[in-house]
Design a binder for this molecule. Structure first.
Ligand code: CA
Length: 233
C-alpha cells in the first residue's frame, strides 16, 4: 500500500478536533490537527498534505481569507467545515476554490467518505482512462495524469472540481452536458449546493484557459441547459 493519506485538520473547537482526529486515525489516515491559522501555516511549511479540512470559524483569522490563500499556493483538495448553511455561504466556499464542504454538525462517516473520494479523484484513480488525452484550443488535457498543458507545454494547475468537469467533457467529446450532470461530476451525489456552482467552476476554467467569458470559444454556454467543450477535430 501507498503511504498513509495525510489529513490536516484545522479546527479550533477542541472536542470536534479530537473526535475527528481519533475517528480518521482509526480509519488509517495520518493526521495533523491544529487549532489556528498560524498553526496551519506551521504545518504546511514543513509537511506535505493530501487534504485540508478547514473550519471557517477560527479565532485568529478569517477562514475565507485563509482558504483563498491556501488555494493560491496549493492545489491540494480542500474541504470546508462550516457552521453556516445558507446557499450563498455554500456557494462562497466553492467560489474560493474549496472542493467540498460540510455543514456542522455532520456525520463523521460521511466526512470520511468524502475525504476518500476527494483524495482518490485528485490522484486520478477514479478516472477510467477512456480518454487519456484530449485536445482543445491548443490545450492538451491528459486525464490519466491529471494534467492540463497549454500550447507552449506549460502546466495549468487544476482544482479537483475543475479536473472533474474537464474529465466529464473528455469522456463525452462534442456533447452538450447539462449543468445538472456537471454538478454530479463535481459533487458525486453529495449535498449539492446548486447548479450555480457549475457556472462558478466553468468560470474559473475559462479564466485559466484565457477564454473570453462573454464570447467563449472553448467552453460554450448552451443557454438554459449546460455547457459544451469545443474539442479540436
Ligand atoms: Ca470554529
Amino acid at each position: 500500500m501507498a503511504a498513509k493519506i495525510h489529513v490536516l485538520i484545522v479546527e479550533d473547537d477542541e472536542l470536534v478536533r479530537s473526535l475527528l482526529d481519533a475517528f480518521l486515525r482509526e480509519r488509517g489516515y495520518r493526521i495533523s490537527a491544529v487549532g489556528s491559522g498560524a498553526a496551519m501555516r506551521g504545518v504546511l511549511a514543513h509537511e506535505s498534505i493530501d487534504i485540508l479540512l478547514l473550519d471557517l470559524g477560527l479565532p485568529d483569522e478569517d477562514g475565507i481569507a485563509l482558504a483563498r490563500q491556501f488555494r493560491t499556493v496549493h492545489q491540494t483538495p480542500m474541504m470546508i467545515l462550516t457552521a453556516r448553511s445558507t446557499r450563498n455561504d455554500r456557494i462562497a466556499t466553492l467560489e474560493i476554490g474549496a472542493d467540498d464542504y460540510l455543514v456542522k454538525p455532520f456525520d463523521p462517516q460521511e466526512l470520511a467518505l468524502r475525504i476518500s473520494n476527494l483524495v482518490a479523484r485528485n490522484r486520478g484513480s477514479e478516472v477510467d482512462g477512456r480518454a487519456p488525452a484530449f485536445a482543445f484550443g491548443g490545450f492538451r488535457f491528459d486525464v490519466r495524469n491529471h494534467a492540463l498543458t497549454d500550447s507552449s507545454g506549460k502546466a495549468v494547475q487544476l482544482t479537483p472540481a475543475e479536473f472533474s468537469i474537464l474529465a466529464a467533457f473528455a469522456k463525452a467529446p462534442g456533447r452538450v452536458l447539462s449543468r445538472d450532470f456537471l454538478l454530479d461530476a463535481i459533487t458525486r451525489g453529495g449535498d449539492a449546493p446548486g447548479e450555480r456552482v457549475v457556472d462558478v467552476v466553468v468560470g474559473r476554467l475559462r479564466k485559466k484557459m484565457g477564454d473570453d467569458p462573454r464570447n467563449p470559444s472553448l467552453i460554450k454556454t448552451v443557454t438554459g441547459f449546460g455547457y459544451m467543450l469545443q474539442a479540436d477535430s
